[in-house]
Design a protein around this ligand. Structure first.
Ligand code: 3HC
Length: 653
C-alpha cells in the first residue's frame, strides 16, 4: 500500500513510482474552496522539494474533477492562497504536473487544468468555462490560457457562451492532450514518467495564434446579440481578443474584471438563480419518499403539446404509448413526433442509431386498453374539464391501480379532475410549456389529494426528461400564469393610464425580456384569451378595474399576426405601430374619463415588476409557492424574465 500524505482536510496524495498523485476530495463537486487551495499549495511545495518525486498528477475524488471555484465563498472576505496563486504555482513547478480529468472540469477547475503541463481525460469528462452564466468572466487565467491552446476564435466561442464541451471535442480542440479509455490514473502516471525527461510545457509561455478582427467578429457576434444587456459575455470577448499581450498583463486585467463583475448585482442575480435551481427539487415532506419506477409513459392527445412531451420522453429513454381519438389523429401525431426526431437527426442532436432506438420505442393507438402497461399517463388533450374528466374516468378502467395520472392543464382546477377519478391520490399536474421538448420549465402540481410518492415520482420523471421541475399548489394558472395575469393586467392599466403598446414593449425589452408583451400577444394570437375573458364576463367582480381595449381590438378583427393585425400592424410582415390601435386606446381612455400621462421606461419597468412581485407575495402567503426562488425560476424559465435580473422576487428585494 502506498502511504497517504494529507495536505489538508480535502487534499491528500500518494507517491506512486516517483509520481505524487494528488487527489481533491471536497464533495459535492470538489470546488476549489479555501481548504482545497491550501492543500494543493502544500502538495506542490512538497513535490518541488521532495527529491524522490519526479512529477505530479492532480485528480478529483468521485465523479467530478473540479466543478469550479466555490461559489459560496463569493462575497466573503478573500482567504489566501487565492486560486490564481495556486495556479501560478502549478504552472511554474519545475517538475511536470499532469491533470487527470476524471469528470467535469469547469470554471476554476478547467483553469487549474489549463495551467498543468499536460491533460489526460476520461471519456466522461466535460470541460467548460461557464462563468458568464454566473455573470462573471473566468478569474484564474481561463481567458488567457485557453486561447494559447486552441486559438482566439474557438476560445471566444466557448468562454463567451459558457458552453460545455464533451471529452472528444475537448481532444479535437486541443484542450486535452489525450483520452484514457482504461485506468485513468495508471495511464496518467505512465505519461508523467515519460514527461519527466522533457522540460514542462507551460501553457502561459505559448504564443497566441494571430486572429484578425473578422474572425473575432464571426466568433462573437451571435453570442453578444443574445446577451440581452449582460456585461460578462462582452468582457469575456474583450479579454480573450487581447490575450496576445504579455501573460501577466492579461491575467491582471482578467482578475480585476472578474472581481468587479463578481460583486455586481447581475452576478448576484445569476447566483441566486443557480442556487434556486438546486433548491427547487428539495420538497418538504419528500425527504424519505421513494418514487415509483417508471419505464413506460402514456401520452393522451398527440397535438403539438403531446408530441413535444413524447419527444422529451423518448429522448429520456421512456417507452411511449401515444393515444388519440381517431386513427387519423393518432397517425398525424406519430408523423409529427417522428418529424421532430428527424429534425434532431438532421441537426446532429441525434445520431442514426439514437434515432432508430427512439423510433422503435414509440407506438400510437386509439384504444384506451393499450395504455395498460403504462406506469405514468400524461394527458395533453383539449383544456376542457368535461373532456379531461371523461378521459381520466376511462383510463381508471384500463390502467393499473398504481399507475400515475398527470394532467397538463394550464387553467382548469386539477383537484376537480382528480376528485372525479377512482383514485385522486394518484393524480398530479405536470404543466409543460410549449414547445414541450424544448422548454425546460415544468410546473409539478401538488393537488389536494396527491400522495407523496406520486409527487416524488413526478419530480423524478421531470428530471429524467431534463426539465426543471418547480412544485406548485393549486390555484388558477398555477405560479406562472397567475403572475403572468398580474403582469398582463398591469400592462393594460398602463395602456389606459397613458402608455402605448410599443412604449411598454420597449421598456420590457430594455429591461431584458426577449420580446415585449404586446408583440408576444400578436405572435400567439389574441382569440384564446378573448374567449376566456368572454367566459369569465358573467362572474367578473364589477368593482375590479377591467380594461376593455383588448376586447375592442378583437371585435375589430385584430386577432394578431396571423390575421395581419393585432396590437401592431404588419405590412410586409414587419411589426409597425398602428394609429388605428392608438385611436382605439384613446377612445377607451376618454370613455373612462382618464387623462393620459406619460411614463418613462424605468417607471413602466418598475410598475410591471411591482405587479409581479406583489402577486408572488400572495402566492407565498397562500402556500402555492414554497420559496421566492421557485417563483423566480418559473418566470425566468417560462416567461422570458431576464435571468441576470434574478426573477421578480429577487429583483424587487
Ligand atoms: N461552488 C459551490 N457549490 C457548488 C458549485 C460551486 N462551483 N457547483 C455545484 N455546487 C453545489 C450545488 O449547489 C449543489 O449543492 P446542494 O447539494 O447543496 O444543492 C451540489 O454542488 C451539487 O450540484 P448539482 O446538483 O449541480 O450537481 P450535478 O452533479 O448535477 O452537476 C456540476 C455538477 C456539473 C459541477 C454542476 O454543479 C455545475 O455546473 N456547477 C457549476 C459550474 C460552474 O459554474 N463553475 C464555475 C464557477 S465560478 C469559477 O470557477 C470562477 C473562477 O473562474 C475563478
Amino acid at each position: 500500500m502506498n502511504e497517504v500524505t494529507t495536505f489538508s482536510a480535502t487534499v491528500s496524495a500518494t507517491a506512486r513510482n516517483g509520481i505524487l498523485v494528488v487527489a481533491i476530495d471536497n464533495p459535492p463537486v470538489n470546488a476549489t474552496s479555501a481548504d482545497v487551495r491550501l492543500g494543493l499549495s502544500r502538495a506542490l511545495a512538497h513535490a518541488e522539494a521532495a527529491i524522490g518525486i519526479k512529477g505530479v498528477v492532480i485528480t478529483g475524488a468521485g465523479k467530478t474533477f473540479i466543478g469550479g471555484a466555490d461559489i459560496r465563498e463569493f462575497g466573503k472576505p478573500a482567504i489566501e492562497p487565492t486560486l490564481p496563486d495556486v495556479i501560478e504555482k502549478i504552472e511554474a513547478l519545475s517538475k511536470p504536473v499532469i491533470a487527470a480529468l476524471n469528470g467535469a472540469a469547469l470554471g476554476g477547475g478547467l483553469e487549474l487544468a489549463l495551467a498543468c503541463h499536460y491533460r489526460i481525460a476520461s471519456p466522461a469528462t466535460q470541460v467548460g468555462l461557464p462563468e458568464v452564466k454566473l455573470g462573471i468572466v473566468p478569474g484564474a487565467g481561463g481567458t488567457q490560457r485557453l486561447p494559447r491552446l486552441i486559438g482566439v476564435p474557438a476560445a471566444i466561442e466557448l468562454i463567451a457562451s459558457g458552453r460545455i464541451a464533451k471529452a472528444k471535442e475537448a481532444l479535437s480542440l486541443g484542450i486535452v492532450d489525450e483520452l484514457a479509455e482504461g485506468d485513468l490514473i495508471a495511464t496518467t502516471i505512465k505519461s508523467a514518467q515519460k514527461l519527466t525527461d522533457t522540460p514542462p510545457r507551460r501553457t502561459g509561455e505559448l504564443a497566441v495564434a494571430p486572429a484578425g478582427p473578422a474572425e473575432i467578429e464571426k466568433a462573437s457576434s451571435k453570442i453578444l446579440a443574445k446577451a440581452r444587456g449582460q456585461k460578462a459575455p462582452a468582457e469575456a470577448v474583450r479579454l480573450v481578443a487581447s490575450s496576445h499581450r504579455p501573460l501577466a498583463e492579461g491575467l491582471a486585467d482578467e482578475r480585476a474584471t472578474f472581481l468587479a463583475l463578481r460583486d455586481s448585482r447581475e452576478a448576484a442575480a445569476l447566483r441566486h438563480i443557480f442556487f434556486a435551481e438546486r433548491e427547487a427539487s428539495k420538497v418538504a415532506g419528500l425527504e424519505n419518499v421513494e418514487p415509483h419506477p417508471v419505464t413506460t409513459l402514456g401520452i393522451c392527445g398527440l397535438g403539438l403539446m403531446g408530441s413535444g412531451i413524447a419527444v422529451a420522453a423518448l429522448a429520456a429513454g421512456y417507452t411511449v404509448i401515444g393515444l388519440d381519438q381517431t386513427q387519423q389523429a393518432a397517425e398525424k401525431g406519430y408523423e409529427r413526433i417522428v418529424g421532430l426526431l428527424e429534425r434532431n437527426l438532421a441537426s446532429g442532436r441525434l445520431d442514426q442509431s439514437g434515432f432508430d432506438a427512439q423510433k422503435s420505442i414509440l407506438v400510437v393507438t386509439t384504444t384506451d386498453a393499450d395504455l395498460a402497461p403504462c406506469d405514468l399517463v400524461i394527458e395533453a388533450v383539449f383544456d376542457d374539464l368535461t373532456v379531461k374528466i371523461d378521459l381520466f374516468r376511462r383510463l381508471d378502467k384500463v390502467i393499473r391501480p398504481d399507475t400515475i395520472l398527470a394532467t397538463n392543464t394550464s387553467y382548469l382546477n386539477p383537484d376537480e379532475i382528480a376528485a372525479a377519478t377512482a383514485h385522486p391520490e394518484r393524480v398530479l399536474g405536470l404543466h409543460f410549456f410549449s414547445p414541450a421538448h424544448v422548454m425546460r420549465l415544468l410546473e409539478v402540481v401538488r393537488c389536494k389529494e396527491t400522495a407523496p410518492d406520486v409527487l416524488a415520482t413526478g419530480l423524478t420523471v421531470a428530471k429524467k426528461l431534463k426539465k426543471l421541475p418547480v412544485v406548485t399548489g393549486v390555484t388558477e394558472g398555477f405560479i406562472g400564469n397567475r403572475i403572468f395575469s398580474a403582469y398582463r393586467r398591469e400592462a393594460e392599466f398602463l395602456l389606459e393610464d397613458g402608455a402605448l403598446p410599443h412604449e411598454i414593449d420597449a421598456a420590457l425589452e430594455d429591461y431584458g425580456f426577449p420580446m415585449g408583451l404586446f408583440a408576444v400577444y400578436d405572435m400567439a394570437g389574441l382569440e384564446i384569451a378573448w374567449a376566456r375573458r368572454k367566459r369569465q364576463a358573467a362572474t367578473r367582480d364589477p368593482s375590479q378595474r377591467y380594461v376593455e381595449i383588448a376586447d375592442r381590438l378583437c371585435e375589430a378583427g385584430r386577432l394578431g399576426q396571423k390575421s395581419g393585425r393585432g396590437w401592431y400592424a404588419y405590412p410586409d410582415g414587419k411589426r409597425t405601430i398602428d394609429p388605428e390601435v392608438t385611436a382605439i386606446i384613446e377612445a377607451e381612455r376618454e370613455k373612462k374619463h382618464i387623462t393620459p400621462r406619460s411614463f418613462s421606461r424605468e417607471e413602466i419597468g418598475q410598475r410591471m415588476l411591482q405587479a409581479m412581485a406583489t402577486e408572488g407575495e400572495a402566492l407565498l402567503a397562500e402556500g402555492i409557492a414554497a420559496r421566492p426562488g421557485d417563483i423566480d425560476l418559473v418566470m425566468v424559465n417560462g416567461y422570458g424574465f431576464p435571468a441576470h435580473k434574478g426573477g421578480p422576487m429577487f429583483a424587487r428585494s
